[in-house]
Design a protein around this ligand. Sequence first.
Ligand code: UD1
Length: 417
Amino acid sequence: MKKLIIDGGFPLGGSVKLQGAKNSALPILAATILCDGECCIDSCPRLSDCDASMDIIRYLGRGVRREDNCVIIGDGSISRYDIPESLMREMRSSIIFLGALIAKTGHASVSFPGGCELGPRPIDLHISAFRQMGVTVSENHGLIDCTVRGKLKGATISLPFPSVGATENIILAAVTAKGTTVISNAAREPEITDLVCFLVNCGARICGAGESTITIEGVERLDGTYHRIIPDRIEAVTYMSAVAASGGSAELRGAVPEHLRAVVPIFEEMGCNIVSHDGIIRLTAPKRLGAVKYIRTMPYPGFPTDAQAIVMAVATVCGGTSIFVETIFSGRYRHVDELRRMGANIKIEDRVAIVEGVNSLSGTSVDSTDLRGGAALIVAALAAEGRTEISSVHHIDRGYENIENKLSSMGAKIKRV
Ligand code: UD1
C-alpha cells in the first residue's frame, strides 16, 4: 500500500508546469475510436485513468502506444463492442466510451458504472439522449446493452442539467449520425471545447462549443489528427492551494487564466496576490490568509466542484469563517472527517460546510477518500505542523502526474513510500 509522507510548514516557491487536463484526455481518447486514421494526442497526462482508457482502446482493437508526452492511436480497427467489467471498474468515466462505440459499431455492451465515491452517479441523461437518437437500450444484470439499426439519427436534445459526461457522450454519438443534433443546456466546460476542437480537426462539423447550445451536423467519417490537450485547470487550483496554504510564492507555467476565472477571485479574497502574463500565473500568499465568505459549486463557468475539497483545505487555516455549498455531487464531503483528524474545525449540514479557520493543523495519519479529497489532504499536510502520512494514494494517482516530484521541486518535504 503506497503512502505519501509530508513534513509540513515549508513555504513553496519556484515554478511548476501544468499537465494536460485529465478531463479532456479521457473523452478525447474515447473519441479516437471514431477515427479511421492515426491520432497523436499530445500532452496526454501519465495517469492511471489514461492508462485504463488506453487499455480499453487496445481491447477494442486499435494499437496504442506512448511516445514521451504523446499517446498514439495507430493501426488496427475497432473489432469489438463490449467493454469487460474489469476494465470498466478501473475507471468510472469509462461510460464515456458508450457514445463513440455505438456510433462506430452500432452496438455497445458495458457494465453499469454504479455508485462511486462522490455519491450516486446516474447515467439517465446519457441513456435518454441515446434513445432520442434511435438507440434501443436495455439493462440486464448490471449490463447496459445498446443497439441501433442502421445509423444513429440526429435529434434535438434538451438536457435538464448541463451534465459534462452526457454532453460529451451525445457529441460523440452525433458526429457521424445521420442529420443534425442540437444539444440545449449543454455543459460549457473548457474540456468540452477541447473535445470539440479535436473532433473538428478530424473532420467533424460542430458549432457552439463553450456555449449552452451545441449543434452537430453528422459527417460520413472522421480522419485522424494531431491534438494538444489543454492544461489541467484543477491541477492549477491544486498547486495554487498548496502555495497559498504553505504561505509561499510560486509560478504555474502553462496556465489558462480564463479557465480559472471563478477561482482566482477566491484566492484574492484570501489575500493572495495573483499576477498572470504569457501563460504564467504567480501566486504570492499573505502572512495570514483571510477567510472566503461563500463558495457555491456550480457548472462552468461557476466554481468547480472538483476544486471544492482542495480549496476547503486552504480555508481550514484561514482567519475567520468560510462557507461552502456543494450543489453538484451529494457525497462530496468525505474529506472532511480526514481534515478534522488534522485539527480542522468544519461543520456539515446537508450540502453546506462551515469552516472555522484554525491557527494551525497538526500532521497525523489520514486516508485519501477520493481523488480530489486526497489532493485536499496534501494541501492540508503542507500547511500542517509535523508529519502527515496519507494512505490510499492510488486515488490521487488517478489525477496527478508526478505530484510528489513537482511539489519537491517547489521545496515541499514529501516522499512516497
Ligand atoms: C465530470 C468530471 C468530474 C466533475 C464533473 C462535474 C470527467 C471525466 N469528470 O464528471 O471530474 O466533477 O464533471 O464538473 O470529466 N447526473 C445525472 N444523470 C446523468 C448524468 C449526471 O443525474 O445522466 C448528475 C450527477 O449525478 C451529478 C451532476 O449531474 O450530480 C453532474 O454530473 P456530470 O456533469 O455528468 O459529471 P461527470 O461527467 O460524471
